[in-house]
Design a protein around this ligand. Structure first.
Ligand code: ATR
Length: 280
């Protein structure tokens, strides 16, 4: 019998997840299918009960349900519970278990790009929303010694650092202005805000005042457009750059592994996403 997987969200129709997961199922020789579930906030509880009743193998959870889903699950993995957001649910013999692969997926993508050990790198995160929280907690859990956070609203960056149970408390909160003048201190700069996302593609969250450190990697979690204005400016200053396609691919790869025990071909996943986005 075919096993069913999917993604619950609102809006959902532009999701690329079915394309990459269905290709991965086919490559793995599995009789499974991944579909879109348009679930509005008022129907989340019913949708989860339906998933249980129908014996759905697992599902992803996206905006606006990543936090709201937690009370409907039987168990939440440690990191997902600490972050307070679940993007992947596995049905294990009727028990629904929640995971977060956004943060760990991002770390996996970052490790593919950096030379040397992530733990030794001096990292700057821009933004303090849900995406920044997942990435920051995952970095600190992974053993990174210091990841400073800058944000338009400074108090949110301070709260994020305060909330994090991992690491040694060395990380600092900065204003965007202060961060802009200290960019040369960092080996990795991670842009997690929505600034620069389509349709406001001219926006940048902060200006590159001064220079950048030699060998710096600048990473933006946005993939629409594929190259944000922020990445363009970083590239023109000599930085290595990474867009948000990798984070999307690796969160999916880790979810696929949780469901099937098989780590999929991430290059194939990346090619599908790039084709959909017009990048190849
Ligand atoms: P997500 O869950 O995608 O991270 P979010 O929780 O709404 O989204 O967080 C958005 C982040 O982008 C916040 O850090 C926000 O800054 P504030 O905390 O000051 O609101 C940041 N952000 C959004 N638009 C921005 C802009 N134009 N310039 C700088 N930061 C921006």
């Amino acid at each position: 019998m075919k096993k069913l997987y999917g993604v619950m969200g609102d809006p959902i129709k532009h999701s690329m997840s079915p394309d990459i997961h269905n290709d991965a199922f086919r490559r793995a020789g599995l009789m499974s299918e991944y579909v879109l579930f348009h679930v509005t906030s008022g129907h989340l509880g019913d949708a989860v009960r339906g998933a249980r009743a129908l014996g759905i193998g697992g599902f992803n959870v996206t905006v606006p349900h990543k936090t709201a889903i937690i009370p409907y699950l039987d168990e939440v993995d440690g990191l997902a519970g600490t972050i307070g957001a679940v993007n992947t649910v596995k049905n294990e013999n009727g028990r629904l278990i929640g995971y977060n692969t956004d943060g760990p997926g991002y770390i996996r993508a970052l490790k593919e790009k950096v030379r040397g050990t992530l733990a030794d790198m001096h990292i700057l995160l821009i933004g303090s929303g849900g995406a920044a929280r997942g990435i920051f907690f995952s970095l600190m859990k992974d053993g990174v010694l210091q990841a400073d956070i800058c944000n338009r609203t400074l108090s949110k960056a301070e709260a994020l650092i305060e909330d994090c149970p991992y690491g040694n408390g060395k990380s600092r909160a900065l204003s965007l202005e202060e961060a802009g003048t200290r960019l040369q201190d960092y080996d990795i700069i991670i842009q997690t805000t929505s600034s620069g996302m389509s349709p406001l593609t001219d926006e940048v969250p902060l200006r590159f005042e001064g220079g950048l450190k030699g060998g710096v990697l600048v990473s933006d979690i946005i993939y629409n457009p594929l190259e944000t204005e922020f990445l363009k400016q970083a590239g023109s200053k000599g930085a290595a750059v990474q867009n948000g396609v990798d984070m999307f691919v690796y969160q999916a790869a880790l979810a696929f592994e949780i469901w099937t025990g098989i780590y999929p071909d991430t290059e194939a996943m990346r090619n599908i996403v790039l084709q959909k986005l017009g990048g190849i």
